[in-house]
Design a protein around this ligand. Structure first.
Ligand code: UT7
Length: 309
């Protein structure tokens, strides 16, 4: 089967920095509490999905050295679209000057990995250039007077271009998409309302589903946890990442994180963390890299890939 490999990566974040101290000035909270319970120091807010997603996509296309007109498909993962319709992907397609098909998907914070999984299937079926964007503007759905949620979220986007790997041992090795709808009420946002969340229970379930999904893609690819060079997890809470890594038996140093400065950016968090890992030189050619996301739904998705093309 043809494997999909990442050929370009781009990111963007909201332009306004909101620090924990800014929040502590208006809410009954403190920098110490937020850092200790979440690992977040600041978040970036502002911008539409079109602006942020378009910006990230342009960087990814440039890095992949392809023109937008060469794209076969655009998949945009978002749970905070600018409009009910048209899809954000249609607007980004126009902004890029592409002529391919485009659609949005909503699997909350697991959406980027869902998108990568669908891209892999399309590439195996013959497509050559698929753009997957993860973008969310959760600040628009955050009650900034609610200290239990306002401290968590930020706005951002990440995009990757995927194409058939040039070497058979590079690219996506295995993928998993899961849903546990019985936990749908743990994290919700109704029309015209703000994010509502049972944080403690989301935390508990998140660790469980992340570990199960990760073990599944490892088993499907015939790899041991010890062979994983880098884990790129959804960036919701440092303690969730710590618990999941511990249960997987993978040292915490192998987890890529960016939440310290971005907060939880939902669909954008995995590509943002991937970008941080690449910039740090934490992933190199041939490395086994594990992407794992979870979110409202409760949705979960994982993808194991061999870095390089
Ligand atoms: O993409 C998925 C999105 N969501 C998540 O991943 C959320 C997962 N859950 C979490 O990240 C954590 O549950 C939170 C960060 C939301 C909360 O941390 P926690 O350690 O579970 O705290 P808690 O809810 O048990 O609250 C402990 C105490 C409470 O006070 P009492 O009842 O012990 O007196 C809260 O009222 O901390 C209080 N508290 C705060 N104190 C200062 C809650 N929020 C704050 C705050 N500042 N911002």
């Amino acid at each position: 089967m043809t494997r999909a490999a990442i050929t370009g990566l781009g990111t963007a974040t909201g332009h306004r920095v909101v620090t924990n101290h800014d929040l502590a000035a208006v809410l009954d909270t403190s920098d110490e509490w937020i850092v200790e319970r979440t690992g977040i120091h600041e978040r970036r807010v502002g911008g539409s999905c079109l602006e942020l997603g378009g910006q990230a996509a342009k960087i990814a296309l440039k890095q992949a050295e392809i023109d937008a007109t060469d794209l076969d498909l655009i998949i945009c993962s978002t749970c905070t679209p600018d409009q009910v319709f048209p899809a954000v992907s249609n607007r980004i397609q126009n902004e890029l000057g592409a002529s391919c098909g485009a659609f949005d998907l909503n699997a909350a914070c697991s959406g980027f990995t869902y998108g990568v999984t669908i891209a892999q299937a399309q590439i195996a079926a013959g497509m050559e250039r698929v753009l997957v964007i993860g973008v969310d503007t959760l600040s628009r759905f955050t009650d900034w007077d609610d200290r239990t949620t306002a401290i968590l979220f930020g706005d951002g986007a990440g995009a990757v271009v995927l194409g058939p790997s040039r070497r058979p041992d590079r690219g996506i090795l295995s993928t998993y998409m899961g849903s546990e709808g019985r936990f749908a009420d743990l994290l919700t946002c109704d029309f015209g309302d703000y994010i509502k969340m049972d944080g403690k229970e989301v935390f508990r379930q998140a660790v469980r589903v992340m570990v199960a999904a990760s073990q599944r893609v490892l088993a499907d690819a015939g790899l041991e946890a010890a062979e994983v060079a880098a884990v790129i997890p959804h960036q919701a809470n440092m303690r969730i990442i710590e618990s999941a890594m511990k249960r997987l038996g993978i040292p915490l140093e192998k987890a890529a994180t960016v939440l310290e400065t971005t907060g939880n950016t939902s669909s954008a968090s995995i590509p943002l963390a991937m970008d941080a890992a690449v910039s740090k030189g934490a992933v190199s050619d041939g490395d086994a890299v594990l992407l794992v996301g979870f979110g409202a739904g409760m949705s979960v998705a994982a993808a194991l890939l061999r870095w390089g093309q």
